[in-house]
Design a protein around this ligand. Structure first.
Ligand code: SF4
Ligand code: SF4
Length: 430
């Protein structure tokens, strides 16, 4: 099978052998009501109300949504409007911890006898895809067509990030139980766990654990970025091509992030909803790089202080990896359900942008063979028709084009803005 194009990146997985440690309780948590793809939640708590860990504090009647739960026990000290990284504004609940971490008395271990009950229980977990997009898990696991393959995305192909790697090393049996649970409920005959070969410890542990299960296969992937992009992963493991405008489930495949699987299994074992997040803290401004578990909603500043960040040197804060991550507006932004890493980088890692020299490297690096230079020009002209012709919609914003560009042109960033522009044009035309 022909392999899709990509780039070889420095791995910089310095935290791969650092076990998760819990961050000391923060001074406060801020829980935005839109940490997921879909309809934002509405707060269900009042100012000065006492809350406990796992208590639902935000919900929505819309099916395409994910409940928000208190990650600390304490007092609701503010109900505010909050601007998310994508510019949208949502409500947020601030809780000041009481230091007790009292679990919610209403939590019970979920039970189910059929698929409908399983999905209803998942709906109450607040679970979302932890690999980035934040699709509610009860939506992902409710396909309308027959599924042949469950693919576990454990590629974690961006430099620095090791949150999935650590989860695999620390919770292999939980992951396998979660996989079996999903395969049984959704009647999926086969599962592949796609892991980049730069994680030998995690691969060995998972391979040993899955040895006696012929339906679950470890699929090693070459460390060529972006192996973890959904369509790339599906093609390389199953040979199936997800057509334009279609979903993986339309082609008989469900892809789930490996940390999301671990969460799902823990939820069905303990009843505790999604209130904690495992993340990597790294970058050249960090004095004590680490793998941390933190309550969702913890201000990034408190994570950075724990990791001995040099704030004087700090130029950029990134949520996620250097290729697809998003710059944080400030250190007061909260850790969300989908944040798998915080990178604190100095200005010395910035390169100057110059004019395009027409070398074509961006086209060669693109897994979809798009033409990033032409896309950039079309966006500069705000030419929606040309962007459509150039298949902007296929761009996964993987950043390979920007990475290889000797002129350091922000091609992926331009595509991201172009997608927003096209979306706004379509909405205005309605
Ligand atoms: S054009 Fe899009 S898909 Fe292609 S390399 Fe650039 S960011 Fe990735
Ligand atoms: S890689 Fe950069 S310099 Fe080369 S053609 Fe693409 S945009 Fe131009």
């Amino acid at each position: 099978m022909r392999r899709l194009h990509g780039v070889r990146l420095p791995h910089a997985k310095q935290t791969s052998d650092m076990a998760f440690v819990p961050l000391p309780l923060p001074q406060k948590v801020v829980l935005p009501m839109a940490m997921h793809m879909g309809v934002p939640c509405t707060p269900t708590v009042k100012l000065k109300q006492q809350v406990t860990v796992g208590e639902c504090i935000g919900t929505s009647d819309a099916p395409f949504s994910a409940d928000i739960h208190a990650s600390v026990s304490g007092t609701v000290t503010a109900l505010t409007d909050y601007r998310m990284m994508n510019g949208t504004v949502c409500k947020a609940v601030e809780i000041t911890p009481d230091g007790e971490q009292t679990p919610c008395a209403d939590l019970t271990v979920p039970t189910y006898t059929n698929r409908t009950e399983f999905l209803a229980a998942l709906r109450r977990s607040g679970g979302v895809g932890m690999g980035g997009a934040g699709l509610p898990t009860h939506i992902k696991l409710d396909p309308k067509s027959k599924i042949d393959y469950l693919l576990i995305n454990a590629a974690e192909c961006e430099p620095y990030i090791t949150a999935d790697d650590r989860t695999m090393q620390e919770k292999p049996l939980t992951i396998l139980k979660g996989i079996r649970r999903i395969m049984e409920v959704l009647e999926i005959p086969e599962c592949f766990i796609g892991v980049e070969e730069n994680k030998p410890d995690a691969m060995k542990i998972l391979r040993d654990a899955a040895e006696k299960d012929p339906q679950i296969t470890l699929a090693p992937l070459p460390p060529i970025y972006p192996q973890g992009a959904e369509k790339v992963l599906i093609y390389h493991i199953t040979g199936r091509v997800v057509e334009e405008g279609k979903l993986p489930a339309d082609h008989g495949v469900i892809v789930m992030n490996v940390s999301s699987i671990a969460f799902l299994e823990e939820y069905f074992t303990t009843g505790m909803p999604m209130v904690m997040r495992g993340l990597t803290v790294d970058g050249d401004c960090i004095g004590k790089r680490c793998s941390l578990t933190v309550p969702v909603g913890t201000p990034v500043r408190e994570v950075l202080q724990y990791a001995e960040c040099d704030f004087e040197k700090l130029d950029r804060l990134i949520s996620g990896g250097p290729m697809m991550g998003q710059c944080l507006p400030d250190a007061d932004y909260p850790v969300t359900k989908t944040m798998n890493a915080i990178l604190a980088l100095s200005a010395k890692q910035q390169r100057r942008t110059t004019a395009c020299i027409r070398c074509g490297r961006c086209i060669s690096a693109c897994p979809h063979r798009l033409m990033p230079t032409e896309l950039e020009k079309a966006y500069q002209r705000r030419d929606a028709a040309r962007l459509d012709e150039l298949k902007l919609q296929l761009c996964m914003l993987c950043g390979c084009c920007s990475y290889v560009c000797p002129a350091n042109r922000p091609l992926a960033e331009s595509n991201s803005l172009a997608k927003l522009f096209v979306r706004q044009q379509k909405e205005a035309a309605k």
